[in-house]
Design a protein around this ligand. Structure first.
Ligand SMILES: Cc1cc2nc3c(=O)[nH]c(=O)nc-3n(C[C@H](O)[C@H](O)[C@H](O)COP(=O)(O)OP(=O)(O)OC[C@H]3O[C@@H](n4cnc5c(N)ncnc54)[C@H](O)[C@@H]3O)c2cc1C
Length: 278
């Protein structure tokens, strides 16, 4: 990675192919006789009453696992993470840049980045920076934020200058859920369960939270059923316009803190302000 001034390595990291994960999970559940209803929007009340197209659904247990697709209130906010991917890259690229073990990596910026060499030899890379929308609104437009996708492509080329010679073939995005204290939550009342707030730690954390939820439903006295997120209460986000101002200021300041560090080569002063802000 060009211009890196240091690095750290953690071997305990893995990649998954999300489509394969979902398809395999669905197949395994189907084998056990579980019915999956796709493209079915469920209305769930805070007491766990479920209805579909106005018809109520009877269920002994209800689990709401919708992460960022939450109703618009002050409990959590959706923040968009955007991604890009290159065309499959040839061996000459990889012999120069490494990543032979398909290590995942990121640049330790204030404005989060993350990347990996995919199983079909692309660089897939993502990052934050898309603005927060008033009232915690979600929109397809936020998933296709041209300016942020362009910035991500520029960052990828900064890291690996040879990427200039290759095509970026994909650009997409989605929302992650953030609670006011950035902590995940899991609630269970014996009938209704809900969990989420995973920010970017989603895949591992959603798996762990699902195991905790299963243990709670089955009344198993395990460590997983008592992890700190069980019953965790976060403060609410501020009402608008404070929320809009604060979150977008945080995003802008993060970008400024990165520029500051690039120039001064010292931990950012603005970075400390951001910590105070949140
Ligand atoms: C661009 C991007 C990159 C990411 N990169 C990483 C990464 O590198 N590593 C990592 O660990 N995590 C990453 N994450 C986070 C991770 O994808 C999520 O945290 C994880 O998918 C959460 O899993 P989940 O099952 O709780 O929720 P989701 O995967 O979001 O699933 C929720 C499902 O609920 C459905 N739903 C919502 N409302 C309703 C309703 N009313 N009725 C019926 N169905 C409904 C939705 O359609 C959706 O299918 C990334 C997220 C994004 C957006």
């Amino acid at each position: 990675m060009s211009k890196a001034i240091g690095s750290s390595f953690n071997p305990d990291c893995a990649t998954i192919n999300p489509t394969q994960l979902v398809v395999a999970l669905a197949k395994s559940l189907a084998k056990r006789g579980v019915h999956i209803f796709e493209n079915t929007f469920a209305d769930v009340s805070t007491q766990g009453n479920v209805s579909v197209k106005g018809k109520s659904i009877e269920a002994k247990y209800v689990v709401r696992a919708i992460e960022a697709y939450h109703e618009k209130n002050r409990e959590q906010i959706p923040i968009y993470s955007l991604m890009i991917a290159t065309e499959p890259l040839p061996e000459e690229f990889w012999s120069k840049y490494g990543l032979r073990g398909r290590e995942t990596f990121h640049e330790n910026r204030h404005l989060v980045t993350y990347a990996q060499r995919t199983s079909d030899d692309r660089i897939a890379m993502g990052g934050r920076g898309a603005p927060y929308k008033w009232g915690s609104a979600r929109s397809n437009k936020s998933e296709q934020h041209a300016k942020i996708h362009k910035k991500l492509r520029e960052t990828a080329i900064q890291w690996f200058p040879d990427l200039r010679n290759y095509q970026f073939t994909h650009a997409w995005g989605g929302a992650v859920a953030i609670k006011r204290d950035w902590a995940p939550y899991l609630n269970w009342d014996g009938h209704f369960g809900s969990f989420g707030g995973y920010v970017g730690d989603g895949v591992t954390l959603s798996y762990l939270a699902a195991n905790s939820m299963a243990d709670l439903i089955l009344d198993k006295k395990t460590i997983r059923a008592t992890l700190p997120y069980v019953g965790w209460k976060s403060a609410k986000w501020e009402p608008e316009p404070l929320r809009w101002l604060g979150v977008n200021l945080g995003i802008k300041l993060s970008a400024i803190a990165d520029i500051e560090e690039r120039i001064t080569k010292r931990p950012s002063f603005v970075g400390k302000l951001i910590e105070k802000l949140f």
